[in-house]
Design a protein around this ligand. Structure first.
Ligand code: RFL
Ligand code: PHB
Length: 396
């Protein structure tokens, strides 16, 4: 089989890239290791930057997003048993975020791809990328028990943080920068109405907590836990008790933590990682395959979308004009945004979590920084600008 763009990975990055290329008349094949149900039900991100929602709309994937997504104008920040509202829209001249789960984005893109797009093969596991530095790269993959080869003009690794594409860049040419944070998130889904119509981020001496939502009857909640935590050590009652203690809603008549059956529990390590460059010859890396942020700032999916928007534009430019200049600029263009988001995600993570190795002095500094955020319009505006996200394609 031959295609113009071979895409490894059918997560949000790979699916959206295939969609954008299809709309511009460039053919592609998507190879996805897992089956459709697995990909559609993997619980992950929830919050879309405005620019991400706009891209999905422009790609013809905005109908259900507009019906079911909830626009968030701000969020609540709680610390020292007090509550503050960060008014994102007021601080940014009208920018907002939209709560629409990654599972739903993926379902919408898969439906479109199967109805109108090029091949999307489930159960197709890429094993290796050959000849990335030649004019005719190829992906070797396993499908229905047989090894096959997909020859391509370009290969894009959208295969997440544990994929194979990154390994096809020779080690001497790639640098990985990384940091593991000294805590993880215990994430749960519960059949219980959300705490509040907006997100609630809480810093407490007991650790960080986040109250998010998936629907009017399903809550998504996160607790800071030590690395290596076994979810089995967190029976439902312990989770609810800890959320109660950290969110400290008792003083606030407008908010209530309603308990309900916990339907899923996962532990997510908090990692920061960037691999440079994001291109080797005709192989490009996009999304989690190239960079990971801790989920605190809700940036991972949005960064994946930003990468593939830049890449689709560059591939289409090459296809229609023959000029490789945008493809050559791809890595540098994306990395500027990636490092901005890495910095913000890292800073927001450190601002809100309780460092198990921190000193009392550092804990006081952290409170001083939180105070600054809720009392200085300048500090709040800088935060809100980062949280709501930069425009997708830089002006220059
Ligand atoms: P994905 O989603 O990991 O998809 C990669 C796909 O590649 C497939 N694959 C292969 N296919 C073929 N051959 C191989 N050899 C393959 N190896 C892997 C995999 O099966 C998979 O389908 O990467 P992608 O597309 O780059 O998307 C990135 C996002 O998924 C990720 O950044 C976000 O989920 C991060 N994230 C959040 N991002 C946000 O923007 N907003 C949020 O609110 C947000 N919250 C979160 C998050 C991530 C979380 N976890 C679980 C880490 C909350 C959590 C808890
Ligand atoms: C989520 O709903 O999963 C979510 C929301 C906001 C974040 C992180 C995760 O900052």
């Amino acid at each position: 089989m031959h295609t113009t763009v071979g895409i490894i990975g059918g997560g949000p990055a790979g699916l959206l890239l295939a969609r954008l290329l299809h709309r511009a008349g460039v053919d592609s094949v998507v190879l996805e290791r897992r089956d459709r149900a697995h990909v559609e039900h993997r619980q992950r991100a929830g919050l879309l930057e405005q620019a991400t929602a706009d891209v999905l709309r422009a790609a013809g994937a905005g109908a259900r997003l507009d019906r079911e997504g909830k626009v968030h104008q701000g969020f609540e920040l709680r610390f020292a048993r007090r509550s503050h509202r960060i008014d994102l829209a007021a601080l940014t001249g009208g920018r907002t975020a939209t709560m629409y789960a990654q599972t739903e984005v993926v379902k919408d893109l898969i439906t479109l791809q199967l109805a109108e797009g090029g091949p999307l093969l489930f159960g197709a596991e890429a094993r290796a990328v050959d000849g990335a530095d030649t004019g005719r790269p190829a992906v070797r993959y396993l499908h229905q028990g047989r090894e096959r080869t997909l020859t391509c003009d370009y290969v894009v690794g959208c295969d997440g943080s544990h994929g194979v594409a990154r390994g096809a860049v020779p080690e001497r040419l790639r640098t990985t920068y990384q940091q593991t944070h000294p805590y993880s998130w215990l994430g749960i889904l519960a059949d219980a109405p959300p705490v509040y119509e907006e997100l609630v981020y809480a810093h407490s001496e007991r650790g960080f907590a986040l109250a998010s939502m998936r629907s009017p009857v399903v809550s998504r909640l996160y607790l800071q836990v030590p690395n290596g935590t076994d979810p089995a050590d967190w029976p439902d009652e312990r989770i609810w008790d800890e959320l109660d203690a950290r969110l400290a809603l008792d003083a606030d008549p407008g908010r209530r933590l309603t308990r309900g059956p916990v339907t899923a529990t996962t532990v997510v390590p908090m990692r920061s990682q960037v691999t440079e460059p994001m291109r080797y010859g005709r192989l490009f890396l996009a999304g989690d395959a190239a960079h990971i942020v801790p989920p605190t700032g809700a940036k991972g999916l949005n960064l994946a979308v930003a990468d593939v928007v830049v890449l689709a534009r560059a591939l289409v430019h090459r296809h229609t004009t023959g000029s490789p200049e945008l493809l050559e600029a791809y890595s540098d263009t994306c990395l500027r945004r990636v490092w901005r988001a890495e910095h913000f995600s890292h800073a927001m993570t450190r601002l809100l979590h309780t460092d198990p190795h921190g000193t009392p002095f550092e804990a006081r500094l952290q409170l001083a920084q939180l105070e600054r955020l809720v009392t200085s319009p300048h500090a709040a505006a800088e935060f809100a600008d980062n949280y709501t996200g930069a425009p997708l394609v830089p002006a220059s």
